[in-house]
Structures are given as structure tokens and as C-alpha cells.
Design a protein around this ligand. Structure first.
Ligand code: CA
Length: 479
């Protein structure tokens, strides 16, 4: 089985939630002759005993891929808050995709449920978070990535095992070599299994004799169910609940310290809506992802099985929350009942794309509009904030910055410390017009006219273009 702590950091960096590309350090120069020598040694080592010479040579990479070493050593420059993490993983779009997937695969999900005892929405939650319901599988050639990681830098012994396992999968005929692409760390397919997890837990559910987690949705969903079942899933139990703590109550967040539901009732906890706690969890631990002032949860054994998929509590909570919203078939409200302790909440992937488009239009070269806020986008935001007098210039893509740069049909000033918004509203009453602003088009940065608000030494105006789109524009000296 894969070492979970390692994979958690690998998959988290490689996956949906964090920057997909590494910019902190340059890609290293890797010697190809050293690489080929290393592969020669590997081929004859004990770890590769089950791999035939012809299999090894057939998929032997002709050169290493330095970008995976760069990713291995990537240190995110910006720490993500839990609400930012969740708002992109559990947004309206993903809930709607999940509801559609549930309808489309209802027959298969029923069969999987009767064989493995896993609730369909829990499987859908994992599928949605892992690969966006099969839409995002990762494009890195697996043999190249794993062979490079087997021969350079840290963790070589772990990656050698995974490289051998990846070759085994192709040699067994489960997956076509051309389908062996995935994250830089080697997770692949609709369930984003590492090769060792695949060999241990993947199942053939559509009965064609192959465990194809890339092309077969029934195989992928059943393999997820098998994973959860083997990790201790309790059939019929919910993952847990959002709860409300009695006033003045304080206990540390400790998911693992499981207590009976009567214990929690005695402590005065209720469901978040105030109803009494149900008794359908055999035991539960308290999870406070943002401390006592944020949303609180009682989580049971099934939450822990989500956690075992990728050792991160925020990750498990994303699966849990997404599965609840798919169960309710309601995408209208993706927040928890208790708000996160912030006046600047996170944004959806669509809102991230809108910000990226606005930055492009403002002349920032941030690459593709992909809804993933990586270092390029964050650095552009930071620069935009500094040059527009927005405080703090922290590079974060949150709701306030979204309102500032995209200028949706909401007043810019949403809170008392939004200085620019207030100033601009005072000077530009039209900013409150109730017309609807398309979010995909923006005026160019050259459309600068009067009047302007002054923040520090920099002047701004809020500009509504002919298309009804509003944004902040810096008024340069002399204009
Ligand atoms: Ca199959």
C-alpha cells in the first residue's frame, strides 16, 4: 500500500486544489546518461523481477522529465485557507456535474452499492473531487514521470516500486500503455489511484476482463467503492454532520477521538440547524477546520475512509460536502450553515476564471484561463493589488478581489474596510446600477476617463463600459 503521508502531499500538489505547475525553482538539468545507467540497474533489480525484458525496453523512456523533479520540490508560496480550498472543490458547477452523473450512472451505482455497501453519493463525491467526474485525468506520461522520480532526487525507492507497478499494469493488459498518463507523481485514471493502489484495489466491474480505470466508468466507480470498503467503510452510516457547539463550549479539533452520539448530545451539541443529533453514527469525532468560530462537524468512520484516499482533512471534507449536496440535488447554496470566520470568502472555479480573464485583459501574462489559481495568477493579483492601492496586496483570489477586478453587479464596497470601493461609490453613484453585467467580457485598460477616486497617491475610477461591465481602472499621473 502507498505511504499515505507521502501521497497526500504529492497528490495535493498535483491535484485539483493547488498550483499545478511549479515556478518556485527552475527545472533541474538531469543527465540522460546517468538516467539510462540507472534504468539499466533498475531493470535487473529485485523490484523489477516480475517485469519482462521486452516490457521494460518497450516502455523505457528515452530521456528523463525534469519537470517532475521540479514538482517534487515545489513549495507553495501561498498557504491556502480551508474556505478557499473548499470553495473551488465544491462549487455550483461541480454539484451540477455530480447530479447529472448520478442520474446517468444510477443503474451502475445501484449495483455497486449492493455489492460493496457504499452509498452512491459517497462514490460520486470521491469521483468529483479526484477527477472532476472523469474530466481531469492528468496528462503526464506515467513511465517518464515515474522513471525520472526513480532515478533522481528524494523518494527514489518509493517511486521505483510505483514504476515497477505501472509496468506490471500494462504487462497484465489492464490498461493500454497510451492511457498511462496522470499526475506528475503517477496517480492516474478516473479515481487517481497510484499504481500500487491499482494493483491492490482496482476491480473489473463491467466484466470485460480488464480493470480499466481510465476508460470504464463502472470499473472506476466500483474500484472507488472497493477502496472505501477495504478501508473500513460502514454501510448505511452517514459520513457525519455539520453541528452547532453550545455557547462557550470548547474542545480541540480531534477527528480521531471518537465518542458516542449520546456523549455529544450530553455535551449540548446539536445539528447545525438546531435539531437534535441523530443516533445513526456508531461513533464520531469533532472536526473544527477553522477553529471554534467556523463550521463544526462530527465525523464518523466513513469520513476517515475519505481521508485515507488522500490524507488531508480539508480534502475529506470536500468529498463529504460534495456528496451531501449531490444527495440533496441542490446546487443553489454550496456554503455550510455556519459561515467561515472571514469577511472575504473563497470563490468558485468560474469566478477564478473570470479573475484570470480580467487579469489577461489588464495586460498580465498569466497563461491559460483554467480556473486554477497558481503562482502566475497570484503574482499577477499581487502586482495588480499593489499598483491599484488595494490592501493587503496578498495575491489572494477571494471574493473581495473578485468584486474589485471583475465588478459583478454588486456594489464594490461590501465591507467597511474596502476603502477603494467606498471612495468610488461615493464618487460614482452609477456604480450601484442594478443592470446585469456579463462576466466574460471586460473593457480594455485603455478606456480611461473621469471621474476618479483617490487612494493614497493613486487615483482610480470605476468604469462601466458600453457593454455594461464595470471595473476599477487606475488613472495614471498626468491624465
Ligand atoms: Ca473492465
Amino acid at each position: 500500500m502507498k505511504p499515505m503521508t507521502l501521497c497526500s502531499s504529492l497528490l495535493a500538489v498535483a491535484g485539483l486544489s493547488f498550483a499545478a505547475t511549479a515556478q518556485a525553482a527552475d527545472a533541474p538539468n538531469l543527465s540522460n546518461s546517468e538516467f539510462q545507467q540507472c534504468l539499466n540497474t533498475l531493470k535487473n533489480s529485485a523490484q523489477f523481477r516480475g517485469i519482462s525484458d521486452s516490457t521494460f525496453e518497450r516502455y523505457r523512456p528515452s530521456a528523463p522529465d525534469p519537470s517532475v523533479i521540479q514538482s517534487l520540490n515545489y513549495q507553495p508560496e501561498f498557504q491556502k485557507d480551508v474556505w478557499d480550498y473548499l470553495s473551488s472543490l465544491v462549487d455550483k458547477e461541480r454539484v451540477e456535474d455530480g447530479i447529472r452523473a448520478k442520474q446517468q450512472w444510477s443503474g451502475v451505482l445501484r449495483q455497486i452499492n449492493s455489492r460493496y455497501g457504499v452509498k452512491p453519493e459517497h462514490i460520486l463525491g470521491v469521483w468529483g473531487v479526484e477527477s472532476n467526474f472523469g474530466q481531469t485525468l492528468g496528462k503526464k506520461p506515467l513511465f517518464e514521470s515515474l522513471a525520472t522520480l526513480s532515478c533522481f532526487d528524494r523518494r527514489q525507492s518509493y517511486f521505483r516500486g510505483e514504476f515497477a507497478n505501472a509496468l506490471k499494469i500494462v504487462q497484465n493488459g489492464d490498461i493500454n500503455a497510451s492511457d498511462m498518463t496522470g499526475s506528475w507523481a503517477g496517480a492516474f485514471g478516473q479515481t487517481q489511484f497510484m499504481p500500487s493502489t491499482f494493483l491492490e484495489l482496482a476491480v473489473d466491474f463491467d466484466g470485460d476482463g480488464r480493470r480499466d480505470l481510465v476508460n470504464s466508468v463502472p470499473d472506476a466507480l466500483a474500484s472507488t467503492a472497493n477502496f472505501l470498503a477495504k478501508r473500513g467503510y460502514k454501510s448505511g452510516e452517514p459520513w457525519g454532520y455539520e453541528v452547532k457547539l453550545p455557547s462557550g463550549y470548547w474542545a480541540a479539533s480531534n477527528r480521531k477521538d471518537k465518542k458516542s452520539m449520546s456523549h455529544w448530545r450530553d455535551q449540548g451539541l446539536t445539528l447545525a440547524n438546531g435539531s437534535p443529533l441523530p443516533y445513526d453514527l456508531s461513533s464520531a469525532g469533532l472536526l473544527l477546520p477553522a477553529g471554534k468560530d467556523g463550521p463544526a462537524f462530527l465525523v464518523g468512520k466513513n469520513f476517515d475512509t475519505f481521508y485515507s484516499y488522500n490524507a488531508s482533512e480539508s480534502y475529506a471534507l470536500a468529498i463529504a460536502h460534495l456528496s451531501d449536496l449531490i444527495t440533496r440535488e441542490d446546487s443553489s447554496k454550496t456554503d455550510f450553515i455556519t459561515a467561515w470566520p472571514t469577511d472575504d470568502p473563497g470563490i468558485s472555479r468560474q469566478e477564478s476564471k473570470d479573475i484570470q480573464q480580467a487579469l489577461l485583459n489588464a495586460g498580465y501574462d498569466i497563461g491559460a484561463v483554467d480556473g486554477i489559481i497558481g503562482d502566475n495568477t497570484r503574482n499577477a493579483i499581487k502586482d495588480y493589488q499593489s499598483s491599484h492601492g488595494i490592501f493587503p496586496a496578498d495575491g489572494r483570489a477571494g471574493k473581495k478581489f473578485y468584486n474589485q477586478i471583475v465588478g459583478q453587479n454588486k456594489p464594490v464596497a461590501s465591507t467597511t474596510n474596502d476603502r477603494i470601493g467606498q471612495l468610488i461609490q461615493q464618487q460614482s453613484p452609477k456604480a450601484n446600477a442594478t443592470q446585469s453585467y456579463p462576466s466574460t467580457t471586460y473593457p480594455s485598460r485603455s478606456q480611461i476617463t473621469q471621474p476618479a477616486a483617490k487612494v493614497g497617491n493613486v487615483r482610480y475610477r470605476r468604469e462601466a463600459g458600453a457593454d455594461g461591465v464595470v471595473r476599477l481602472v487606475r488613472v495614471d499621473e498626468g491624465q
